[in-house]
Design a protein around this ligand. Sequence first.
Ligand code: ZN
Length: 297
Amino acid sequence: MTDNNTCPLCGAKDDSDEHIIPKWLQDQFSLKDQLVDLKNENTLQYCQMRLPICSECNGYFNDHLEQKVRKGDAIYQEYYLWALKIRYFAGLKDTTLRYEISDPSKGSLVSDKSANIGNDLITHLLTNLDNDNFSVQPKPFGSVFLCDNPINDGKFGMGDIAHPHWGFGIELPDNKLLFVLFMDRGMVKRDMIRIHKQRHRSLYDYLLDRPHHTNAGGESTNFLIKLALFRLLAHQLRIDNIPLIKNYRLNENGVFAKVPDKVKYRDKKDINIINLRKLAKYCQLSPQVAEYYYQSL
Ligand SMILES: [Zn+2]
């Protein structure tokens, strides 16, 4: 649990509250009283999605990440870190919520162990934002996608998928959509760009294509984000040599990881439809989305 009164990043006293979904974004889309879906199918208001951290880290994130993302002038690695912070803090928040409110014996929504997977890497990245001598290789450290939202409904959408899939999608100001895969070292993006170039269309035409095979979810930004996130994470599942959390090196000069030169695919027979259906469920999509994807392989 994160209730020992210390900041999860630096260990100082947690004397401030971080809005896990930033306050400026909540204001932009009037989210304060709207509901976020939790893993146990309960909900929480956006304004309750807060995590105690220290005021110094809070101000530091505001200066080095929030303002850049808010104004749309962040670089891909900064979008990566901004999304990583939300995902990490949302996981820590889940360790403080009960799986079943009336039954403490069922434990927390997420175990400390799973919320803290990769925390050495995450805290190292998030506490070196102002260090000019700090290198990250590859950079960005995962796949980062930023594109225009073809549905101009002015509504907010978000998809937040925990380890081991580890992906995130969110609507930003100016009708932009951001998607991040945290641990693929950029392999999914590189591979998908290559494939769609061969098919003479952009990756984003594929990613944001609205389905004709199912009308579940209809035409909303929130549905589109979840669908695009599913397509990205399903592609990640097809690649056999994604490093995920393993094999990175941390030192005072930075974070270093090897990226395989060539993508190795799993055979179709090794791609488990059950895993795809589970992934669709995590993305709050119907199993038909998984069936359709599987047939298209
Ligand atoms: Zn701190």
